[in-house]
Design a binder for this molecule. Structure first.
Ligand code: FE
Length: 341
């Protein structure tokens, strides 16, 4: 009896000290971001309003941020790393900088194939096919695989094969069609090029509209940006091309993601988890996805984006994002061998 009475206050005191410590740590969050969308401001302001946690944001290119996190080591102030593209998140994960996050909220709201132990997807973008109807027929360009068909010789445009967007697509092809077929595909694609890969996805769309290429592979948000544009010349580009959701009769259109994870040495781990959970809230999902014309990952979140509405619904690939990310290195080797640079 006596012993219990003596122990109890000590335990209470320990808990109280822990609580005070956690509370003190929770007033700010250090976010390392490789996203550069203006609407992200509204997102962060809303998080601060809801939680009282101030966000200190460091923005730079992925590689610079990763380098910085590694150099800072155990003393890194970084709590959360946020970026676009599964292969980039996988690269960060391979460096061992993330800490696993166990959260009921995230498990419930983010579909299982769009999260890993260490990082979470918050929006999706699709890799679609755009074509010039004066140069190719719709039925020629319904799948990624068809783009390697000799019938399309001299008509295909795409950005560099070493770009993460194409490497992620290559990884999806390996997962669904196998490595041997993907290598054959890459060779066929290269031999169909209208020109050596150059420029970004928007440049490919413009080249299709101009008739320099018959068909191209591009991310959905670049097309959505043109479709939502109030500039006449950009609207005209959108009017001259047609878009296809690839692989609707097979494994679905390849999607990529924007995502984030908590860092191993995060000084504000509670705030980090709160932030990761906040990003999966209805309101944050709207900001997050709409800011770059992407789709929310949480089902039932309303999309109020005329261009995405115009593009319509589609069947997306449901390959686990972690498997996709892990296959990117193999895609790189295959593309190198096939001369897709
Ligand atoms: Fe992009």
């Amino acid at each position: 009896m006596m012993l219990k009475q003596m122990l109890f206050p000590t335990l209470l005191a320990t808990f109280a000290a822990g609580a005070i410590h956690a509370q003190a740590a929770d007033t700010e969050l250090n976010l390392y971001s490789a996203r550069h969308y203006q609407t992200d401001e509204a997102l962060y302001a809303d998080f601060t309003k809801q939680t009282g946690i101030k966000i200190n944001r460091i923005e730079a290119k992925e590689d610079e941020l990763l380098e910085r996190i590694r150099n800072e080591g155990a003393n890194s102030p970084a709590d959360v790393f946020i970026t676009v593209d599964a292969s980039r998140l996988a690269k960060a994960d391979e460096l061992g900088i993330f800490a696993p996050v166990k959260s009921k909220v995230l498990e419930e709201r983010i579909p299982a194939h769009l999260r890993t132990q260490d990082w979470f997807s918050y929006s999706t973008r699709a890799r679609l096919i755009v074509y010039n109807p004066d140069m190719v027929k719709a039925e020629q360009v319904q799948t990624y695989e068809q783009l390697a068909d000799p019938a399309l010789k001299g008509k295909v445009c795409v950005r560099s094969g070493s770009h993460p967007y194409n490497l992620s697509l290559g990884a999806a092809l390996i997962q669904h069609d196998g490595a041997a077929r993907t290598e054959e595909w890459a060779r066929g694609l290269v031999s169909n090029f209208a020109r050596a890969p150059k420029g970004g996805d928007t440049d490919q769309i413009k080249a299709v509209a101009a008739g320099e290429c018959g068909v191209a592979i591009v991310n959905s948000y670049y097309l959505a940006r043109l479709l939502n544009s109030d500039k006449r010349d950009e609207q005209a580009i959108g009017a001259r091309i047609k878009a296809v959701w690839p692989n609707q009769q097979s494994w679905g259109t390849h999607i990529n993601i924007s995502g984030a994870g908590m860092l191993k040495n995060a000084p504000h781990k509670e705030a980090a988890v709160k932030f990761l959970e906040y990003l999966a809230s209805d309101k944050a999902q709207t900001y997050f996805a709409d800011g770059n014309n992407e789709w929310p990952v949480v089902s039932g979140v309303k999309v109020d984006n005329p261009a995405l509405t115009r593009l319509g619904p589609f069947k997306a690939d449901t390959l686990p994002i972690g498997d996709l990310a892990r296959t990117v290195a193999e895609a790189q080797r295959i593309f190198d061998r096939a001369g897709f640079r």
